[in-house]
Design a protein around this ligand. Structure first.
Ligand code: NDP
Length: 284
């Protein structure tokens, strides 16, 4: 068997095209969706992510407002900037690019973003809405992963989904979303005993670990859908996922590649969240 490759790049283009239509409808009403991206410091990987987000905004008809601040920026100054963006009616979504410099408390900063503009879905209010089954602004990486499963036609209801990773931005929300779609969900982490025995039971396996090629073919049930969230840089500079792609591909039913899988879908879902936030914003 060779798995169906779920092409995240192509699917993301499709999602962005859909957002372009929604954005154009809003623009006709004089409501141009706006995303503010805040970048503190000069981390090169963050700068690359910000550039791709800005490019996606442009493609979809979303106005982007970039705030670039030096690494030495005080936390209080950053909080003031966020307050200003919270109050700016042109801005419907606010994204603070992580990681922040070590002297800044990322939790304090992220929680300062108004829930209505929390397009990353990281505030406790957004995560609480997800926990309670409400359609809020959901975290982009897990919602992109869910859309990939849905559009690829992977059955979810009643299936056993195993999520490796329990971070608040990927693993836990992915598990909640799968539960919401009536999967039976198991969450694994670094203290899970006999991880392969658990993952071999998975009809859907979501890997959000951050360890290059850790998930090997013997850990995968034949025919399973494998979503590889991991983005890892190898010593030769190439990117790879958490999944040992070729051998797992030979065993799985569906698989997402890295690069070109969950990554582009994450950006597309961010844009979708900006449009949703704009649609919900009070008319001024
Ligand atoms: P975190 O480091 O916050 O979480 C990693 C999780 O993996 C933890 O829950 C950890 O367990 C678990 N883990 C680590 N080692 C093992 C192990 N040996 N066995 C089982 N579980 C293990 O990472 P994130 O959730 O933020 O990100 C995960 C990956 O996804 C990274 O590669 C990141 O780059 C990528 N990512 C990709 C995005 C995209 O757009 N495609 C967006 C966001 C992230 P424990 O809790 O016990 O420590």
């Amino acid at each position: 068997m060779s798995a169906i490759i779920i092409d995240g790049a192509a699917m993301a283009r499709q999602v962005l095209d859909e957002q372009k239509i929604r954005a154009a409808q809003l623009a006709q009403q004089g409501r141009v969706p706006g995303l503010a991206v805040v970048l503190v410091g000069d981390d090169p990987a963050s700068a690359v992510y910000v550039r791709s987000k800005t490019r996606a905004c442009r493609e979809a008809g979303v106005q982007s407002f970039d705030t670039r601040l030096p690494a030495a920026t005080a936390e209080a100054e950053l909080l003031q900037r966020i307050d200003a963006l919270n109050a700016d009616p042109r801005v419907h979504g606010i994204l603070v690019q992580l990681p922040l410099p070590p002297h800044i408390n990322a939790v304090t900063v992220l929680q300062r973003i108004a829930a209505a503009k929390d397009v990353d879905g990281f505030t406790w209010r957004s995560l609480g809405a997800l926990l309670d089954g409400h359609a809020g602004l959901a975290p982009c990486t897990p919602s992109g992963s869910m859309l990939m499963l849905e559009r690829a036609g992977v059955p979810i209801a009643g299936r056993h989904a195993v999520v490796i990773g329990r971070s608040s931005i990927v693993g836990k929300p992915a598990a909640l979303m799968l539960l919401e779609r009536n999967a039976t969900v198991t969450i694994c982490h670094s203290r899970t005993v006999d991880l392969p025995a658990v993952t071999r039971q998975a009809d859907i396996l979501v890997c959000a670990i951050g360890k290059p090629r850790m998930v090997t073919a013997d850990m995968v049930k034949p025919g399973a859908a494998v979503i590889d969230v991991g983005i890892n840089r190898l010593p030769d500079g190439k990117l790879c996922g958490d999944v040992d792609f070729e051998p797992v591909r030979a065993r799985a039913g569906w698989i997402t590649p890295v690069p070109g899988g969950v990554g582009p879908m994450t950006i597309a879902m961010l844009i979708a969240n900006v449009i949703t936030a704009t649609e919900r914003a009070p008319l001024c």
